[in-house]
Design a protein around this ligand. Structure first.
Ligand SMILES: [Zn+2]
Length: 319
C-alpha cells in the first residue's frame, strides 16, 4: 500500500516517460488543488499536499528520478524505511512549480497569505522545519557586567545556547576543504558556542545587544539578544545613570582632606570635610556621575584607607 502511495508517477498521475515539463505541470495542478489556502483544517488535503510535493521533489531532479527508476528509491539515498526529504530545498521546489507560498512571516510558520501552517498543516510545517525552512527562534541571553565594564565598555565573553548555526561554515556544513571541522558537517552546534561581545561604554541596565543570526537555526536563523544587567557591589545603588555610595573616612582624613579610590574612580575630598557631605565626580557613574556620601568613622575609615593603599601599590607595580 505505502509502496503504491509512494510511487511518484502514480501520485502525480503521469506516465514513466513524462517530460520534465509534464511532471511540473501535473505537480502544480495537484499542489494547487490540495494547497493549504484552499483546504483549511483538512487533514486529508494536508497529507496529499505533502505526498505530491515529495513525489515532485523525487522526479524534478534528473539524478533523483534516475535513482527512483533504477532502484525504486525516494528521498535521500541511504535513508531508512521512512523516506527522508530533509535535504530538499522546498523554496526552490515551490517557486519553480509556481506554487505560491509566503515565507516572510518571521518567528512563526510560513504562511500562504493569511493562513498559518501551524494550526492546520502541522505535518507540512514539520516537513519544512526538518528541511530548515522555518525561521529560527529569537533568544534572550542575560548577562551581568561589573561597573567598570558598564562605564568604559569592553569585550565580554558570552555563552550562546545551542542549537545554533555553526559560525565557522555559516551553517553550510562544508567548505572547499570538505566537511566543516567545527560542526562535523551538520552546520549546527548542539551545545552552543562562546562569542566575544563588544559592550559599548556607558551601557544602560537592560540594554539589548543584538547578535544577528545567532539565535535558533532556521531559514532565516533567529537572533540572539544579549540583555545587560549591572552587577553592583554591596552598598552601591544606581539612580538614573548616577552611581551612589558611601565612603568611610577617619576624622583625621576628614580634617586634612584625602584622595580615595571608589569603584575605580579617584575621589578627592577637600580638607575640613564633614560627616554626610556629598562629593560628586563627573563621569564616575554609568553615563552619569559618581555621588559619594562621606561617613566619618575611625575604624571603617582605617579599613578603607588600607584598601586604597593596597590598590595604589598594586597599580604602581603594574605601571
Ligand atoms: Zn560548521
Amino acid at each position: 500500500m505505502s509502496h503504491v502511495l509512494n510511487d511518484p508517477y502514480q501520485v502525480l498521475g503521469i506516465e514513466r516517460d513524462a517530460s520534465a515539463e509534464d511532471v511540473k505541470r501535473a505537480y502544480r495542478q495537484l499542489a494547487m488543488r490540495y494547497h493549504p489556502d484552499r483546504n483549511p483544517g483538512d487533514a486529508v488535503a494536508e497529507e496529499r499536499f505533502k505526498v505530491v510535493s515529495e513525489a515532485y521533489a523525487t522526479l524534478r531532479d534528473p539524478e533523483s528520478r534516475q535513482r527512483y527508476d533504477a532502484y525504486g528509491q525516494v528521498g535521500r539515498p541511504g535513508a531508512g524505511a521512512t523516506p527522508d526529504f530533509s535535504h530538499v530545498d522546498w523554496r526552490v521546489v515551490f517557486s519553480e512549480a509556481d506554487v505560491p507560498m509566503d515565507w516572510s512571516r518571521r518567528g512563526g510558520m510560513p504562511t500562504t497569505g493569511n493562513l498559518m501552517f501551524d494550526a492546520l498543516f502541522k505535518g507540512v510545517a514539520t516537513m519544512f522545519r526538518q528541511a530548515g525552512l522555518l525561521p529560527g527562534e529569537d533568544r534572550e541571553v542575560p548577562v551581568r557586567i561589573g561597573v567598570e565594564t558598564a562605564r568604559s565598555g569592553g569585550s565580554l565573553r558570552v555563552r550562546l545556547p545551542g542549537p545554533i548555526r555553526c559560525a565557522t561554515c555559516g551553517g553550510a556544513g562544508a567548505d572547499a576543504g570538505g566537511a566543516c571541522p567545527v560542526c562535523g558537517g551538520g552546520g549546527v552546534l548542539r551545545r552552543g558556542m562562546d562569542v566575544d561581545v563588544s559592550v559599548p561604554a556607558r551601557v544602560r541596565e537592560g540594554t539589548r545587544l543584538r547578535l544577528a543570526g545567532m539565535g535558533g537555526p532556521g531559514q532565516p536563523p533567529g537572533d540572539a539578544h544579549v540583555v545587560i544587567a549591572l552587577d553592583l557591589p554591596a552598598g552601591v545603588t544606581l539612580r538614573g545613570r548616577d552611581l551612589l555610595t558611601e565612603v568611610f573616612v577617619t576624622p583625621f582624613e576628614a580634617a586634612r582632606g584625602l584622595v580615595a579610590n571608589v569603584l575605580g574612580v579617584r575621589v578627592a575630598v577637600a580638607a575640613g570635610a564633614s560627616d554626610g557631605q556629598e562629593v560628586r565626580v563627573a563621569g564616575g557613574g554609568v553615563g552619569g556621575d559618581l555621588i559619594v556620601t562621606l561617613r566619618t568613622d575611625t575604624w571603617r575609615g582605617l579599613g578603607r584607607a588600607a584598601a586604597d593603599l593596597v590598590r595604589s601599590v598594586a597599580r604602581r607595580r603594574s605601571e
